[in-house]
Design a protein. Structure first.
Length: 219
């Protein structure tokens, strides 16, 4: 793994929030799926790490966001952690796997990853967390990768194009979206590996197009 992604360990992250402003809107759920790799170089998903999050003091929660996610921040059985505890809960097992896989740090994988990374970075800043395993600005975006591999940038359509079922009733929960995004990421990476493994060396008499053109002009 350390060699495959230049020392980075990919970790799929999905957050559910009270809006689109990472500085003002509440972080409500985090789910993370660490990507593993077997001896053949095939990547796979580790079990999801997740937690509900207590809205930080003074944070905004747009009712329209709650309609989409179905989250009730006041539910008595929500078992939410405050932001500092939530980040520690997510980061500790990721740091352990970063060490075990001999990587330098984790890199966030997300669908429209800048959104998830922005909320994670805002929570890290608010809590003064000094032990984030994630690179602060680099990320892998499955919206881009899905567009490249399948011509689909919407998560549900990219997941379907990759051969997986999409359940609209379960969507917009951090766990479900993180697991589907991880499936999509692994499928694209493994598909690329298959193409690499099946590629053939050019025949001995092969002449690159640029060289052939130059030879034609010279003749």
């Amino acid at each position: 793994m350390a060699e495959r992604f230049r020392g980075f360990l990919p970790v799929v992250v999905d957050v559910e929030t009270g809006g689109f402003d990472s500085e003002r809107d509440a972080l409500l759920e985090i789910a993370a799926v660490v990507i593993g790799m077997d001896e053949a170089g095939v990547v796979f998903s580790h079990p999801v790490i997740t937690t509900h999050v207590v809205p930080f003091p003074g944070s905004n929660i747009d009712p329209r966001a709650l309609e989409i996610t179905g989250i009730d921040p006041t539910h008595p059985f929500r078992a939410a952690l405050d932001e500092k505890e939530a980040l520690d809960h997510i980061f500790k097992p990721i740091r352990k796997l970063v060490r075990e896989m001999h990587c330098q740090r984790a890199i966030l994988v997300g669908h429209n990853a800048a959104f998830d990374l922005g909320f994670m970075n805002a929570a890290i800043k608010r809590t003064g967390n000094k032990r984030s395993p994630f690179h602060p600005f680099s990320c892998f975006d499955t919206a881009t990768l899905g567009g490249l591999a399948f011509g689909q940038t919407v998560l549900s359509k990219a997941v379907n194009a990759a051969g997986f079922h999409w359940n609209a009733d379960e969507a917009h929960s951090a766990i479900y979206d993180a697991e589907r995004t991880a499936e999509l990421f692994c499928t694209i990476v493994n598909r690329w590996k298959t193409m690499e493994d099946l590629s053939l060396a050019p025949p001995s008499d092969f002449v690159p197009a640029t060289s052939a053109s130059a030879a034609s002009v010279a003749a």
